[in-house]
Ligand binder design. Sequence first.
Ligand code: PLP
Length: 420
Amino acid sequence: MSVHRGHGAHPSTAVLTRGFDPRLSVGSARPAVFRSSTYVFASPEAAERAFNLVSGRATPEAGEVPDLIYSRFNHPNAEILEDQMVPLEEGAEWSIVFNSGMAAIMTTALALLHPGDALVYTVPLYGGTQNLIHDLLEPLGIVCRPVVAGRSAELDEAIRTTPNIKAILIETPANPTMVMTDIKRASLTASHLDPRPVVMVDNTFLGPAFQHPITLGADIILYSATKYLGGFSDLLAGIVLGVSPEINKKIRARRGLFGNILQPDECWILDGRLPTVALRMNRQSKNAQRIAESLVHRHEIRKVYYPTLFDDPDQIRVRLSQCDYPGAMISIDLHGGKAAAFEFLRNIRLAHNAVSLGGMETLVCHPATTTHSGCSAEEKDIAGITDGLVRISVGVEDWRDLLRDFEQALERVAVTVSEK
Ligand SMILES: *Cc1c(COP(=O)(O)O)cnc(C)c1O
């Protein structure tokens, strides 16, 4: 199914010109949706060969394209999407699509880690990933060691001294305070070990437009494609990208076993979103920067968390060295704690009070009682999640309307909280 027209072109060209051959879809300019669970073989010999290839008992000859068998293993819309995603992630050689970000992360972890192995990871992590570690990986006998995001020397130390370390999981910027972890430094430290642990980066917040972890030495990129890649808050999906053919094989084998491949309709929808992800993210980042830099002077706000407003010199260095643009996530810490945060949420008019992020519409949430409600007081303290913290995912609306909306909500907060 896949063709490689557009190989070598820039990402914005390649995403529109590779991976899809109209001749295989009766000439249609956009791919058809292949809603079939199973595929017809040309002969019993072809069926036998296809099973030998998918099970790994045989390897394809040069130029041989394995026949499709059954949609839990592979299907045309997954192949097209996977091929078109690759050029968006600089340095990636392959991608694998899943039916959620969590499915992508879980399947990758279970493909690479076995009882007795160790994982070093940055905190805070996305809540679901944190639960995966505590509720599944640790009970399986995988040793999981946290390091606070942004503490480069501590991360180096953990990588060097954790016995049987097989993988490192970095989420940067960290949610919700945008603390950044130096991907290049961690990858370099990993390279001094033999065998080298696999460096995995959850790139959901800034990728694929603004942060390119493979060029910084990472091996595997994880996405919740539910967020910026999907972009419209209307589907769940996950993508893993990487370079090593062995890792590709291992993760695909697990996906075939678990049955968590992304379904054809969702593949088709997501596929149509890829050519605009950089356009959307650029607009969202510009909007967010204008808003963050305007809110910084408001007396109702104790602190605005946004990459261009970092004051720590090392954080500024990491941002400048690994992010092209600051992105569209802002957190604001309000004076007046939970009451002020809730009053702010009650009074916003254009933005919606919802979790998730990366969509066209602006979403605002209160991490302490929602996305991070499962964290202990100590974990919240380390992650900077106060009762007054509100997280904003900025969309593509006009930034001036959004700013006016936030300002009027802040004025309501000032009135209500001072009345109490
Ligand atoms: C949303 C999210 C996930 C989980 O993705 P789902 O698509 O919801 O399963 C993982 N990591 C990060 C950083 C996320 O924001």
